[in-house]
Design a binder for this molecule. Structure first.
Ligand SMILES: O=C(O)C1=C[C@@H](OP(=O)(O)O)[C@@H](O)[C@H](O)C1
Ligand SMILES: C=C(OP(=O)(O)O)C(=O)O
Length: 424
């Protein structure tokens, strides 16, 4: 049976490992970097070459989005490469329709780019994305000169944007999502007056904004603090690094099973904050070796609970919850109330599922607590959230009788997840 997302059954049984793993794996390309590189390349008149691309539902959403804006794409999935012929959206005409599917990054990055066009661009998504907040981004774009029509509930998709966005100074909250800021910054150099963002509340997911400015720099655009002067994106050859959030599951597997897993292509040079998940495994008792382009985690048989603020790396909070289930003391995760507005309410979802398996887990105001205990055979619900499926599957590497319902949701960012898990 193929374990590719497209071929998975409605309920997937996870077989416990018969021996600790000792493997080296290269996770697929980073979703976050792929979607940034696609935006920057699409806004860079001329041909860019992107290598190491992730092909998954979220990046297919972005490929469709930049194609709708007029970028030319030559896609070679087997070579993980895309040639992008970029455009200047300020010269575009004609109404376009963009389907961001389930992808927050696609919706929040393409809306400011679409608003650069002096014609109407409709941005919509799946019901799941329609339920996630867009209000702060819509307000900011209006403030900067774009016309944004609410096509349904104000502050939510679908919306229609008509530019051009003149730019200037804008106030933006930081505590709901960093994606608004990243999307505005990437469109910033094409605003006639440039862009300065003033944050009105503390920024979550900070490392993602650092990734944004790093990818922009690779395409020749400088950002000074939260100010972008009018500039031109330069087409370039850009190598996308593997996905650090995807790597968290593989590294967690080593810590949980007492094995050794090396992820290739990610290390101290990574642009992604989620590589710091390895630091948490180290704090819990695993051994971690870091190179410029690889991270190795070795499980020591010891795992202790920790208390940690995960506001910077919240996509790995559910992974940590799975590891915490095997520790010898409770783990408390704080700083992540904003993950209630991701693919699902992730705090409620992970606590509900850990309780279903018999663990004493509780929701806190801005996070959750996991108290280790006996883990019973369980069919886990996944809430159409790829990270629920990927995290809960880790329990099955040690505990018999773990089954994942609707596992195909991993196609959002990691269609080959269960193939990689089987390689352990
Ligand atoms: O900019 C990005 O690539 C992302 C930012 C984070 O979202 P928030 O800023 O909404 O927390 C993260 O959860 C998401 O998976 C990817
Ligand atoms: C929250 C996520 O994605 P996005 O916000 O890009 O939909 C994620 O991948 O966990």
């Amino acid at each position: 049976m193929s374990l590719h997302a497209d071929d998975l059954p409605d309920v997937l049984a996870v077989a416990p490992l018969t021996a600790p793993p000792d493997v080296s794996l290269r996770p697929p390309g980073s979703k976050s970097i792929t979607n940034r590189a696609l935006i920057c390349a699409a806004l860079a008149p001329g041909r860019s070459t992107l290598t190491g691309m992730l092909f998954a539902n979220d990046t297919h959403a972005m490929l469709g989005a930049v194609r709708a804006l007029g970028a030319g794409l030559t896609v070679d999935e087997s070579a993980k490469t895309v040639l992008v012929d970029g455009i200047d959206p300020r010269e575009a005409s004609g109404e376009v329709h963009i389907d961001a599917r389930q992808s927050g990054t696609t919706g929040r990055f393409i809306l400011p780019a679409a608003a650069l066009r002096p014609a109407r661009g409709v941005v919509d998504g799946d019901p799941q994305l329609r339920a996630r907040p867009f209000g702060p981004l819509v307000d900011a774009l209006r403030e900067l000169g774009a016309t944004i029509e609410d096509l349904d509930r104000p502050g939510y998709l679908p919306v229609a944007a008509t530019g051009p966005v003149a730019g200037g100074k804008v106030a933006l909250p930081g505590h709901i999502s960093s994606q608004y800021l990243s999307g505005l910054l990437m469109a910033g150099p094409l605003m006639a007056d440039g862009l300065t963002v003033e944050l009105t509340s503390p920024l979550v997911s900070v490392p993602y904004v650092e990734s944004t400015t790093a990818v922009m720099a690779a395409f020749g655009v400088a950002v000074d603090g939260l100010t972008v002067a009018p500039q031109t994106y330069r087409p370039t050859e850009y190598a996308i690094e593997p996905d650090a959030s995807a790597a968290s599951y593989l590294l967690a597997a080593a810590a949980i099973t007492g094995g050794r897993v090396t992820v290739e292509g990610l290390g101290t040079r990574s642009l992604q904050g989620d590589v710091r998940f390895a630091d948490l495994l180290e704090q819990m008792g695993a051994r971690v070796e870091r190179g410029a382009d690889r991270i190795t985690v070795t499980g020591t048989g010891e795992l202790h609970g920790i208390t940690v603020d995960m506001a910077d790396i919240s996509d790995t909070a559910q992974t940590l919850a799975a590891v915490a289930a095997f520790a010898d003391s409770p783990t408390v995760v704080t700083g992540i109330d904003f993950i209630r507005r991701k693919e699902t309410d992730r705090i409620a979802a992970i606590v509900t599922e850990l309780r279903r398996t018999g663990l004493d887990a509780t929701e806190d105001v801005d996070g959750f607590t996991v108290r280790p205990g006996r883990i019973a055979p369980t069919d886990f619900e996944t809430y159409d959230d790829h990270r629920m499926a990927m995290s809960l599957a880790l329990l099955g590497l040690r505990v018999p009788g773990i089954r994942i319902r609707h596992p195909r949701c991993v196609s959002k960012t990691y269609p080959t997840y269960f193939e990689d898990l089987a390689r352990l």
